[in-house]
Write a protein that binds this ligand. Structure first.
Ligand SMILES: C[S@@+](CC[C@H](N)C(=O)[O-])C[C@H]1O[C@@H](n2cnc3c(N)ncnc32)[C@H](O)[C@@H]1O
Length: 419
């Protein structure tokens, strides 16, 4: 039994011996002329280092190599593939691709030029993609918070990286909107993660069979990663260039501020998954309720959430979407859809140790992120001035710190299988 709270999470991997450095240009960007995602090209090359020749032949049958024109950003992953004697002619006209070069050319030229295009607004750094459409900052403060959220999620789910029953030997895992990449990099075995006497285990150890791809519009991921993990710059709302029918798991967590059209995203996930593969959506409900009937409701907190709802809707998003995931997955054609709900206290008011820890981490990450969560949205969508936002946040922080309200929210994990 773990009788000590886990240490603060860190973006740095815990066991560097198990990691491989990627070159300085390690974040792979999908560039002009790519017919499919770079990971499709990297896949055989990565496998070749770890598998015997017989296995390599099997892989070649499953995933043919794909040619990339003038794609310097992915050269480090592809340059020695021919040395493995894969027997596949890169310039062969019969090379697999479901996508037209016309399409990928126009889109990826644009995302490549945007990838590291950041701007500063009210003291925070944002990604410039689509005129700064993603509403949260991508600076160090926010990235630290992302890792805190990951740890909170590990507490919520009892240290389960995912709930989908994908077995012990998945081959391909896709993490959409990977953020700091912490989910893809760091996973503890069983519920003992964080106990000082237990070793942290990286995803490479957990699923050595799998090629893990993390995608994001921002190349904010670390460069030391397990050898079976690749990060790629990609826009989830554009057509996914992953070979259809080949993934065991598509993982989408904390993405309600990024996804306007869930059915469209789920259709792409469905196409990308192999039959029997799973999509998994994980999200906070953000509908906290007061459990202390003897105390007046927290006016400022509820006002904040109402305004947030209004501002998000103006921008075309619905952030309170988690309760609808189950129906969405069913509508998208997934079967065996399961919804698991977990309690998430806001603050350390519960008496029991587990919920107290979840509440503490939830409140801390919320307070750390509050300015970034509110500033961009309220100034852009509601036309507030930065000073109006700051004044609003003062009272909000006070109420968040008040344990008497005993706010209780829920987290959702919804899984569905492609038949
Ligand atoms: C809240 S973070 C989620 C991090 C990660 N999924 C996790 O669970 O730790 C949201 C991420 O989505 C990314 N994002 C926003 N819009 C996106 C888009 N259109 N395509 C891909 N990624 C996007 C942001 O850059 C950010 O890193």
């Amino acid at each position: 039994m773990c009788n000590q709270d886990p240490p603060l999470p860190t973006a740095e991997p815990m066991n560097k011996e198990k990691l491989s450095p990627q070159p300085a240009d390690s974040i792979v960007m999908q560039t002009e002329g790519s017919l499919v995602a770079p990971s499709e090209q990297a896949f055989l090359g990565q496998q070749a280092h770890d598998q015997n020749e017989e296995e390599i032949e099997n892989q070649q049958e499953a995933i043919p190599h794909v040619h990339t024109d003038n794609d310097s950003a992915v050269q480090h992953l592809t340059e020695d593939e021919d040395d493995h004697g894969d027997g596949v002619n890169d310039h062969d006209e019969g090379t697999f691709s479901d996508y037209s070069s016309e399409y990928s050319s126009s889109f990826y030229t644009s995302i490549l030029s945007e990838a590291t295009d950041y701007y500063w607004e009210n003291g925070r750094r944002y990604h410039a993609h689509q005129g700064g459409r993603y509403l949260l900052p991508n600076d160090e403060v926010e990235l630290d918070r992302e890792d805190m959220k990951h740890h909170e999620w590990m507490l919520i789910t009892d240290f389960r990286l995912h709930l989908s029953p994908i077995g012990n030997n998945p081959q391909r895992i896709l993490d959409i909107g990977t953020g700091t990449g912490i989910w893809a990099m760091q996973v503890g075995k069983s519920s003992q993660l964080g106990c000082p006497d237990k070793k942290l285990i990286l995803v490479a150890d957990r699923y050595p069979s799998a090629q893990v791809i993390g995608t994001d519009i921002s190349p904010i991921q670390p460069t030391w990663v397990p050898p079976n993990l690749t990060f790629e710059v990609d826009d989830l709302e554009a057509e996914w260039l992953y070979r259809p029918g080949t993934y065991d798991l598509v993982h989408v967590r904390f993405m309600f501020l990024a996804i306007k059209d869930y059915p469209a995203m789920l259709a792409q996930a469905y196409r990308t998954l192999k039959p029997g593969g799973y999509v998994e959506l994980s999200e906070l409900g953000v509908t906290p309720e007061t459990t202390n009937q003897n105390y007046p409701p927290p006016f400022q907190i509820f006002r904040w959430l109402e305004l947030y709802d209004e501002a998000m809707k103006k921008m075309g998003f619905n952030f309170r979407v988690a309760h609808a995931f189950k129906n969405m997955l069913t509508d998208a054609g997934f079967v065996d859809v399961t919804e698991t709900k977990f309690e998430v206290p806001w603050g350390a008011w519960p008496k029991d140790r587990r919920r107290k820890a979840i509440g503490l981490w939830h409140l801390e990450q919320l307070k750390q992120g509050l300015q970034g969560i509110v500033m961009g949205l309220f100034t852009r969508s509601l036309g507030w001035t930065p000073s109006e936002v700051e004044v609003f946040l003062v009272e909000l922080r006070k109420q968040l710190d008040d344990k008497s309200y005993q706010l209780l929210d829920h987290a959702y994990v919804v899984c569905g299988r492609k038949p």
